[in-house]
Design a protein around this ligand. Sequence first.
Ligand code: GLU
Ligand code: MG
Length: 633
Amino acid sequence: MGLLSLGTPLAWSDARELSEHVRIHGIEQFLAVWRRLRDRQGDAALWGDELEYMVVVLDPEQKTARLSLRQGEILQRLSQCCCSDVPGACPADMPTFHPEYGRYMIESTPGRPFGVAGAELLRVERDMLVRRRLTRERLRPHEVPMTIGSFPRLGVTDTAFTDPPHEARGAASHSLFLPDEIINTHVRFPTLTANIRQRRGSKVRINVPIFHDTHTPKPFVDPTIPWDRHLFPEDIEAREGAAWPDHIYMDAMGFGMGCCCMQVTFQAASIDEARKLHDQLMPLTPLFLAVTASTPAYRGYLADVDARWNIISAAVDDRTPVERGEAPFEAASTPGAHNSHTQARRLRKSRYDSSDSYLQVYDEARVCNDVAIEVNEYVQQHLRDAGVDEVLTAHMAHLFVRDPLVIFSENIDLDDNTSVDHFENLQSTNWQTMRFKPPPPSGSIGWRVEFRPMEIQLTDFENAAFSVCITLLTRVILEFGVDWYMPVSLIDENIQRAQQRDAIHTQRFHFRCGDAPTTREYTLAELFHGTSNFPGLLPLVHRYLETQPLEAKQRATLNEYLDLIGARADGRLMTNAAFIRQFVRGHPAYRYDSVVSEEINYDLLSTLDAIERGEKEAPGLLPAGYAARRQGI
Ligand code: GLU
Ligand code: MG
């Protein structure tokens, strides 16, 4: 999740004094790249995914599932993988493994980007499986790399949930529930955690509605919160309103950034093509969040949502009370508030949230940019003066309303023609559903867009299916010239609907209908399969595939992927979230009180692991024959 500079990070009190410096030079760095590479043309259609894993220790004797905190050692071992570990591979094929926020997390990316031709798309699942195998081979006997979105018992207080166990209430997060030891040990991560808290002026506040089952108390008042004792200052916030009744309360960045997802990045032929892809993929972000929903449990409870989005959003919400609209402007001098260079202002959203504006210079894009976005005036003026168009200017000036969170003392004065560190500092901590990515200064790769909403899926069959489907949709967008512009405010609304429990069956989504920029509300089944006034995403993909020279076997595999997504979208198969919820509620030890006990958690995770390995079928979740297919690869 972003740039890992080495060095000494500044505490918030020092970092905030330098925030204007980072913005001024960050935008200069962007301009240097833009001037040099805006006319770059003809980059190949290449893409790649990022998969995030949790390393879980499954102890069959104790019947416990705990998070392994061995990220450092595991990554060290993974960095030594070589071609002899993968039959037929050359060095360029070797996947790479990266650290993530949680010290129990690993991220993988393919060694070589994928193309968009049939043979290339068929490489994806095998590549993902190789990454999983390489990881698994470097773990201890009971450790398993799991592609699950949220660890259901992260932050419980009745038993340990990490291996080894640690005490909460660390210096970085002050959390009642999460020890700082779950944070990646690279200084960037504890600093990010502490600086978000300090800038905000309190701990982050995450309240997820609890799933009210038949025996869940009403109102639900979480018994694991220390309501009546406050031995520590950090206990007070929960008592004084931070923790809401009928909600699962969480108070640390790790509850959000400790979730896993799958992101896909596409290289475009030119900056204009990147802007077009950015815009046309934006309305798809909620739809793919809903069909990939996989995170129904937090801190030992079933939630009334199926997806992680709002949780991460709140987990990194560094806005001050004034910016959040919870305090009057006169309060701008509260702890953590702005430095003297920045005016206090309201900010509608957290740094992690849905994208706020389209990027194409195009009348329809302009009309559909219906949300008034906050901009940094200096950046806006500077980009205008440099000749950047209004739309791109607004996008960048909007990203630059944030403060840089982590600044390294060794990295303050940089050459703005060769470095993009200051630009990336802001860019990589604006976690939106889409990210528009300029080429690196070296120009070794082109303009790119990243599709970021999807939740990670249990199996690589599913992960391949969803990433290949989005890739094929980029082809549909470019080849068929579709026009899916719709008001940004309605996409925002869709992002909320996408997270609702069982959104597939209960929600409708705004989507563009016909030629005029009018919208209607559709079910996911209608959007994916088509209806009288919308051709449907999957039929469009099939129509595109008809134009491609594909071997029968390639087409058959692609059809398996598209069929899986079709079945998820219309409810013939469950989402990962629905499956997990059903497993918990069907467990003999479940008391219909929303609690995911240690025993249930162990059985759930060991069952999910057996399904992934193809040792157990998962009717209702995966197509019949998945197990045999998995074992045959
Ligand atoms: N794990 C985060 C998520 O679930 C994303 C972190 C990243 O940007 O890599 O969205
Ligand atoms: Mg990541």
